[in-house]
Design a protein around this ligand. Sequence first.
Ligand code: NAD
Length: 489
Amino acid sequence: MTSLARPAPSGSGYPHVQMHIGGKWTDGTSGRTWPITNPATEEVLGEVPLASTADLDDAVEAAVRGFRMWSGTPVAERTQILYRASDLLVERSADIGRVMTLEEGKPLGEARGEVSRVAASLRWHADDARRAYGRIIPSAADRVVTVRREPIGPVAAFTPWNFPAGGPMRKISAALSAGCSIVIKASEETPGTACEIVQCFEDAGLPPDVLNLVFGDPPEVSSHLIPAPDIRLVAFTGSVPVGKLLAAAAGAEMKPALMELGGHAPVIVCADADPRVAARRSAAAKYVNAGQVCTSPSRFFVHESLHDAFVDELVDASEAVPVGDGLVEGTKMGPLANPRRLVAMEHFVTDAVERGATIRCGGRRLDRPGYFFAPTVLTEVSLESEMMITEPFGPVAPVVPFADLDDAVTMANSLPYGLAAYGFTESASTAERLVQGFEAGILSINHCGGSIHEAPSGGVKDSGYGREGGPEGLDAYMATKRVVHLLGD
Ligand code: NAD
């Protein structure tokens, strides 16, 4: 049994979902709500309130007050509060993980691991903010030239449903560590995790007004928050089409933006790789969060000499994945997070088969309630298939053979995406050829990644701009100020 920090009055085991504006939990003033659904059972878990424009104005006003106060708080004091919040996230990770599984579907172990990771990442960012040094520039004797880094101001952030803790916490950790306040619109599909996270900050002693959580109709919220004059940075994680809309809206207001968008990660398995190891490691990454990860390996280019061995092993590994309700012990892959993804998977597979692909395993939804789709491997996939062009965001693995490594790199780089890319090879020089050849912001050799808060993540090309994590992670949240101080008369 769980003891949620924000239990619902119904005692359903799911939190009481509200917005948090100006230090107070509120249903807002619109009277509108949307249902929250458990993707494993299709049962309604609760209702999420939707903000009115007046609620959003209140959130921005609060963030302005919060910024004034928080940016003036000594960094050592800020760090102590963020440490406490990190500790509370760890203490409550089992309960928060359960909420995440209920609303998003991922297996409990994955969900709890995500909460522990965001707690560690918060601590890392809080420490890093203590080293957000400026510099003194050598100059003439009559002047002192300094460069300072200051928090940029109130941030408007928008995060998706696939990482209900990871998405919001990447923005919150960097913003609060840098000394910014934030208005965050977390996903309406996974709001319970966001509420539990905000409660941790409140219980850790974060002053009211610094962290404001809203929900609402996404275009209504972004079109109101982005032009709000007091908002100084727009931070978004989500799909490329929505990212382009929000980046344009930010650009129209001359506001900087941080865009963490989708990818369609190629995996190149070179002729000298072990095809079985490559297949097993690919499968281990492919079905994390049922493939709904922006860095998920999603196009497999395998040297023709290894193709059959790789496919056999990938099919075996895919068929062995225990699929089910994430709350059931032993489940390794849960349902898709919403019915839109199920429809998309069915469409991708039908389209690929119509263009000549062979389904080697899966390829269909499971005959049970919930949005379950079987782990799927396809071969003889045309490069013109939609799943080879559009980010699939689901548990499908198309495999394409290649003869020449340069052709494989060309195919890998042929899409507008540039987020993650993976290579398998035993040769250091081939690995270096891949590292230099891939057009992507996140590369892994001989494995398929995983998030690391000590190092920057982000894309090139349509996958966005700016970086989250690592020392670069604070850059977007800080403004640089040059000061020339003339001495004497
Ligand atoms: P979507 O493009 O409609 O939404 C993606 C996210 O953006 C959602 O959280 C949504 O609430 C938000 N959003 C949508 N319109 C918005 C607006 N005008 N203003 C502010 N926020 C807005 O798609 P979806 O059905 O939720 O997800 C499907 C696609 O999104 C996937 O195919 C995948 O490509 C992409 N996606 C990417 C990531 C990522 O981490 N890069 C995360 C989730 C979804």
